[in-house]
Design a protein around this ligand. Structure first.
Ligand code: ZN
Length: 310
C-alpha cells in the first residue's frame, strides 16, 4: 500500500475568462493569487493559481481560463464539488458576502455532521464551504475577508461516479481509509495527512460529464518530495496503472494517471514551491514563463493573454 500521500496538493479546473476567474477567487473568496503563468502544454492559455500566502500544498486552486470556453455539463466521471475549509460559525458571514457578489445557487446543508454552504463559481463550478474546527492553517486575509471567516485551504474533493467500488479500492491503496457513509456518499481520509485529506465519492446513476468551463480538469495529491513520488509511481505501475513519466512543472514535479471512474489524478511534490522564481511578498504579480516558453513572452502578452486588472 502507498503511504506517501498527504492529502490534496491542488485542484485544477477550467474557466471561460481570466478576469472573471481572477476576480472570483481574489475578490469574492479572498484567496491570494500566488502564480500567474501559462499552461505549460498550451502556452497561449494562462495557468492561474490561488491559495494561501505561500501557496501551501492543500490550499492551491488552479485554473486554465480558455477565453469563451463553452460551459461543461456536470455528470459522472469527474470531481463535482471542491470543498474549502472555513472556521466554525462563519457560514452566515459567507452567505451574506456571496449574496453581495451575486453568487448563484447558494444552499446550506449538513453532511457528515458538518455545516456546509454550496454555491456555484462563475462558470457553474461546484463549490462548498465547510465549517471545521481546529484548522491550524493561517488564512490569507489581505483581500477583505476577516481572519475569523477566511478560507483555510481545501477541505475535500467529491468525485461523482457511477460505480464507486474500483475508485474506493484505489483510494484505499493510496493510503485513504473509509471514514463514514451518508446516503450515496462515502467519505475517505488519510490518517495523519494534511488538513486537505478528505475525499468523498458520490455514487449516482447519471450520464458522463462533458468537460468544459466550470469542470474540474484533475486533482493532485501531495507527496513530500521526488523520492516519495517515484515510490508512488512504481507502486501504481506495479498495480497496473499507466502513469506518465515525472514532468517538471517548475513549482512541483508531477505524474498523472487516469482512475477507473474516469477522473484524472496527479501526484505532485511539495518541493520546490511557488517561491522558486519570485519572493513570497510578490507571488503572483508578474507573468512567469517556464524556460521553454520564455521566447514566446512578447507574442503571448500581445496576442493571447488578456491583461488581468487586479
Ligand atoms: Zn495539476
Amino acid at each position: 500500500m502507498i503511504t506517501q500521500i498527504n492529502g490534496l496538493h491542488h485542484v485544477t479546473s477550467i474557466a471561460s475568462g481570466a478576469q472573471s476567474n481572477n476576480d472570483f477567487f481574489t475578490k469574492t473568496l479572498g484567496l491570494r493569487r500566488i502564480k500567474k503563468t501559462v499552461n505549460f502544454d498550451a502556452p497561449e492559455v494562462y495557468h492561474l493559481y490561488y491559495g494561501d500566502e505561500a501557496g501551501t500544498p492543500g490550499t492551491v486552486m488552479t485554473y486554465f481560463p480558455f477565453p469563451n470556453a463553452r460551459r461543461g455539463r456536470p455528470g459522472t466521471g469527474e470531481v463535482g464539488i471542491t470543498g474549502f475549509a472555513v472556521p466554525k460559525g462563519s457560514l452566515p458571514y459567507w452567505q451574506e458576502r456571496l449574496a453581495t457578489f451575486d453568487v448563484k445557487n447558494m444552499q446550506t446543508e449538513t453532511t457528515f455532521g458538518e455545516n456546509r454552504l454550496r454555491f456555484d463559481g462563475p462558470d457553474g463550478d461546484g463549490f462548498v464551504l465547510v465549517e471545521t474546527e481546529d484548522d491550524a492553517r493561517d488564512p490569507w486575509t489581505n483581500n477583505g475577508v476577516p481572519a475569523d471567516a477566511a478560507i483555510r485551504g481545501f477541505h475535500s474533493a467529491d468525485m461523482r461516479l457511477r460505480d464507486a467500488a474500483a475508485s474506493a479500492e484505489l483510494l484505499k491503496y493510496m493510503g485513504y481509509e473509509e471514514l463514514d457513509r451518508q446516503d450515496n456518499v462515502t467519505r475517505f481520509h488519510v490518517p495523519g495527512g494534511n488538513e486537505a485529506n478528505v475525499i468523498d465519492i458520490t455514487q449516482v446513476n447519471a450520464p458522463g460529464a462533458d468537460q468544459g468551463a466550470g469542470s474540474v480538469h484533475h486533482i493532485a495529491f501531495s507527496v513530500d518530495n521526488r523520492e516519495k513520488q517515484l515510490e508512488v509511481r512504481k507502486a501504481l505501475m506495479d498495480t497496473g496503472y499507466q502513469v506518465t513519466p515525472v514532468i517538471d512543472r517548475d513549482y512541483f514535479y508531477a505524474i498523472y494517471f487516469r482512475t477507473p471512474g474516469g477522473v484524472l489524478f496527479e501526484v505532485a511534490t511539495n518541493e520546490p514551491g511557488f517561491d522558486r522564481d519570485e519572493d513570497t511578498a510578490h507571488l503572483g504579480e508578474a507573468l512567469k514563463l517556464p524556460t521553454q516558453h520564455e521566447h514566446l513572452r512578447q507574442v503571448l502578452e500581445e496576442k493571447y493573454l488578456e491583461p488581468i486588472v487586479d
